[in-house]
Structures are given as C-alpha cells and as structure tokens.
Design a protein around this ligand. Structure first.
Ligand SMILES: [Fe+2]
Ligand SMILES: [Fe+2]
Length: 160
C-alpha cells in the first residue's frame, strides 16, 4: 500500500482534507472527512473480498480516499463535489505513482459515486458507490429525522 501512504502525505490532499474540515465543523449531517474515507475504503475492501471480485486493493483505497476531497468546492462555488473531486484527483494520483490507466478507472469511479444507475456493477465504480452509501450510520444518527436521504437509501441497521 505504498502508493496509499503517499496519498496520505500529499500536500494537495492534506489541504483538501483541511478545507473540508473547516466547512463541516458544525455540520449536523454526515461529514466528508478521514473517518468517512476510511470507512468507505474498508467496506469496499470487504465487499471486494465477499464477492470475490479481485479488484486491486490500492485502487479501492485510492478511490475511497479521494472520492469526496472536492467537497469544499461545493460550499465555495456550488460545484458538485463528485465533479470537483474528479478534477482534483488526477494530479494527486499521478504524483503518487498511479498509471494513466489506473487514474482513468479511479476518476471514473469518483465521477459516478452519486450515480445510482451503476450501483449494481461489479466494478470499481459499483463497489465505491455501494461502500459510500453503506458507510453512513443512519441507525445511530441524531440528525436522521432531518436528513433528506430517501428512506429506502438510509441504513436502518448495521451491516458492515
Ligand atoms: Fe460524495
Ligand atoms: Fe462519500
């Protein structure tokens, strides 16, 4: 996981994490922070193993760590954060040693992490979509009643 260690020390990455934290300090709903990124990465890893998909672990972790990094741009300029994160990710991935082919796969997964039509795919992007949604602890959330996630999308019980 050497390339994942590099992402976690990357300047741009750390700046994005800090900016997101600033904007979400008093947010009552789910945050887009390191806790969320790691939950998504680990659930993606579990799904990958459970389904025997043999997706590369570093690609799963890279997609999970980067999928929401552009969230601050949604607060600043109203740019959808899937798009903003997909724009920020390539430079970081290149610096950390990912190939052009790998970058294309990861960026595609980031771009589609809010696209419900791909949720059943057995691909990197399908796994990222599902892990992202499964990571939210609606069953233990004080703001659940005020949250605008559709009832069917909320996690009413612990699965991962
Ligand atoms: Fe997101
Ligand atoms: Fe997310």
């Amino acid at each position: 996981m050497k390339r994942i260690d590099r992402i976690l020390k990357h300047d741009t990455y750390l700046k994005c994490v800090k900016k997101n934290h600033r904007y979400e300090k008093s947010r009552i709903f789910c945050r887009h922070d390191m806790g969320h990124f790691l939950a998504v990465a680990r659930i993606a890893h579990i799904l990958n193993l459970e389904k025997g998909l043999c997706l590369n672990k570093e690609l799963l972790y890279a997609a999970a760590l980067l999928h929401d990094i552009g969230r601050f741009r949604q607060y600043e300029d109203d740019i959808p954060h899937d798009k903003a994160s997909a724009e920020l990710a390539p430079e970081i991935l290149r610096d950390c040693g990912f190939t052009l082919e790998e970058i294309a796969l990861i960026v595609d997964a980031i771009k589609n992490h809010r696209n419900e039509t791909i949720k059943k795919e057995k691909s990197l992007r399908g796994i990222l979509y599902r892990a992202d949604k499964l990571s939210r602890n609606c069953y233990f959330c004080a703001a659940e009643k005020k949250c605008d996630w559709k009832q069917g999308k909320k996690n009413t019980r612990l699965r991962y």
